[in-house]
Design a protein around this ligand. Structure first.
Ligand code: ADP
Ligand code: MG
Length: 360
């Protein structure tokens, strides 16, 4: 059963009634361009075929939201204007807060959540939950909200309500592109271009088995370091850094800036490589990205490094890198279509904690 069917079934079991509808949104994988979103740079994600689904029905109590999730034992119950909801309900309460703040009127809802997006694996289960929640309210309350603005509101919910200072990448990639397409996004202007993934390429996502906790981790420290470089060099954001300005930096700040500068260039080159169907060039850029995340940005882990090294030793793997924030989570590999199964078996044998979780 897919996530939508399971959400519907969970709803019927829990509330003893049929839902009015089921909203869904996909997880995403970032093919290249990590830690460039919150500095206003370029990213290159694709939507997964894995979804988070929310079955919904208007509640008899107009100002309350209650929710159950297949994945979690704790139930959620909060008032629409309630502040400080913690735990997973915070993602739902955050969406209510952001929509109300934007001037929309919302109904109270009863919800049941089911998901195929693994949690805290770098595939953005939080954005999938937020976008699915916002889509449910968009339908129920007939909100005039396009996909780009919906993504922005979801980001605001995660930043200001949940308290994770993430960029727009996750919510945008969950809200805007169609499945099977890659999308190059300028995180400052939100200009984007959809690029078809060549038919004989396939991206394989491998969960390293090492989970991570984003809020409160070194992620926030990296965001601060990037802001500090921008402050020292009088830049609007680190995205505006020119190569010669690297000479003015040293220590950790130099390493962080080097990563951001190089990664932005790599995303632009990767978009050209995909348009030209140049699998060798695209793969090389992915591997260079991993090296920079490991050495300059210092967000890799021994398991992720081992996975990437093993992947690259597989004949027919063109590129490999950690994807998402790092510190554990997943890697993404570029293969020629048809070698996915052999690759999955090969990798799971070499790194026992690894599991092939998705393919595009
Ligand atoms: P990710 O990389 O998966 O987005 P995060 O730490 O940002 O990792 O978000 C994971 C959190 O999102 C979970 O701890 C939980 O609070 C919430 N979440 C995601 N999916 C679900 C779900 N299906 N049901 C309930 N909560 C979920
Ligand atoms: Mg997240």
């Amino acid at each position: 059963m897919n996530a939508k069917q399971r959400a519907q079934e969970l709803f019927e079991r829990h509330y003893g009634a049929l839902p009015e509808g089921v909203a869904a949104a996909p997880g995403r994988v970032n093919l290249i361009g990590d830690h460039t979103d919150y500095v206003g740079g370029f990213v290159f994600p694709a939507a997964l075929r894995l979804n988070t689904a929310i079955a919904y029905r208007r509640s008899a109590e107009s100002n309350r939201v209650c929710a159950v999730s297949e994945a979690l034992a704790d139930k959620v119950d909060f008032g629409l204007r309630q502040e400080g909801v913690s735990g997973w309900g915070g993602y739902l309460a955050g969406i209510a807060w952001a929509l109300l703040e934007a001037g929309f009127e919302l109904s109270g809802l009863e919800l049941a959540v089911a998901s195929d997006v693994p949690t805290a694996s770098g595939l953005s289960s939080s954005a999938a939950l937020e976008v699915a929640m916002a889509r449910a309210w968009r339908t129920v309350d007939e909100l005039e909200l396009d996909d780009v603005n919906l993504a922005k509101l979801c980001q605001r919910a995660e930043n200001a309500y949940v308290g994770v200072p993430s960029g727009i990448l996750d919510q945008f990639a969950s809200s805007v592109p169609a499945v099977g397409q890659a999308i190059i996004l300028d995180c400052r202007s939100l200009d984007y271009q959809v690029i078809a993934i060549p038919a004989d390429w396939t991206f394989v996502i491998v969960d390293s088995g090492a989970s991570r906790q984003l809020a409160g981790s070194a992620y926030e420290q990296r965001v601060k370091e990037c802001a500090e470089v921008a402050r020292q060099l009088h830049l609007r954001a680190l995205r505006d850094l020119q190569a010669e300005q690297l000479l003015k930096l040293d220590g950790d700040l130099l390493k962080r800036a080097r990563h951001v500068y190089g990664e932005n260039q790599r995303v632009l080159e990767a978009a050209s490589a995909m348009k030209a169907a140049d699998i060798v060039a695209f793969g090389r850029l992915m591997s260079a990205s991993h090296a920079s995340l490991r050495d300059n940005y210092e967000v890799s882990s021994p398991t992720l490094d081992r996975l990437v090294e093993a992947a690259l030793a597989f004949e027919g793997c063109y590129g490999a890198r950690l994807t998402g924030a790092g510190f554990g989570g997943s890697t993404v590999q570029l293969l020629k279509r048809g070698s996915e199964d052999a690759f999955g078996a090969y990798l799971e044998e070499r790194v026992p904690s690894a599991r092939l979780v998705a393919r595009i």
